[in-house]
Ligand binder design. Sequence first.
Ligand code: ZN
Ligand code: ZN
Length: 368
Amino acid sequence: MSPQWTRRQVLTQLGIAAAAIHTLDPHELCCAVPAHAATSDKDLFEVKKVADGVYAAVAATAYKVNCNAAVILTDDGVIVVDSHSKPSAARALYTEIQGITKKPVRKVINTHFHWDHWQGNEVYRAANPGLEIVTTQRTRENLTRPDAGVGGVPFIEKQLAALPKEIDKLKDDITKASNPEMKGRLESSLQQAEAYFQELKQMKPALPTRTVSTTVTLQEQGREIQLHVLGRAHTDGDLFIYLPKEKVVATGDALIDWMPFLNDGYPEDWVQTLTNLDKLDFVQVIPGHGDVRPKDHLTFFRGYLTELIAAVKKAAADGATLDEMKKTVADQLAPKYERGMSKYPLGQYRDRVGLNVEMVYQKVVKKA
Ligand SMILES: [Zn+2]
Ligand SMILES: [Zn+2]
């Protein structure tokens, strides 16, 4: 268990799966996690220094999970990579940043279009109307495309439509809760769901103002920041932020410290894109979710994707049904990957492997 989880968080997480997982819309599985109370700033994230003037805001588990953010100081301002899932969380990080430096946040960089990585953009724009929001051309398109997946402006509407049902379900579960502890957790989830609903209603989406289609280098007042477009992976518009001098890379969800979410992804391309990333000279990864990791985490994560694809292809060739392969592939890869993919109370191996198998089957075998 990672040390940044408080005891209460861990206890809360251990008990929640059965009670709360059913409140999730499958379309939100990217980053939604079982309900959990996150009521103060330190429950939202922990800011860790990864190099001189470079910080990772490592997100804690929350009812509507937040992504990690990278905070990069330059001589004349601050650059933030990804902006959490909601303005209140972005505001909390902005307040922390202001505690480190009073310089303005000049740029926000979005790694991809998923809801939990950009819905806080508006906070930085409000603080600095001259803010530049940078992403790939494709991610900019995905942010307004109705069928892009679990993110973008149209997805705000989908969440707004789904939340009343989710809230009713939580209320219903509270009346049925079998013990005070469970009831308390559900009440906290309900509180958060209602607060999130209010935030969503008032959201003023701040979309990227600048896009890149190929790799570019930004010279940012004393710091070189490379934006790498390395191919399709977690989405078709993933952006990697690389600091060559500090040997740090921020990857969004193309490389995370728990099980990958493949629904909007390209499994075979993803392996190749990670191989492209591997060629960069870095020692630390600020992943989209989970703790800061050394470079060799890439090998582990890519290994999982590679073996998952091979195992699903083989099972399909052997005539297995989808249900059969969900079980056999999960068991087959477990000895090597279950432990390393289940370090946190969320995004664990057994929670996601079935859906991963299904996605690879659809996208690679059936090429749907
Ligand atoms: Zn995410
Ligand atoms: Zn994502």
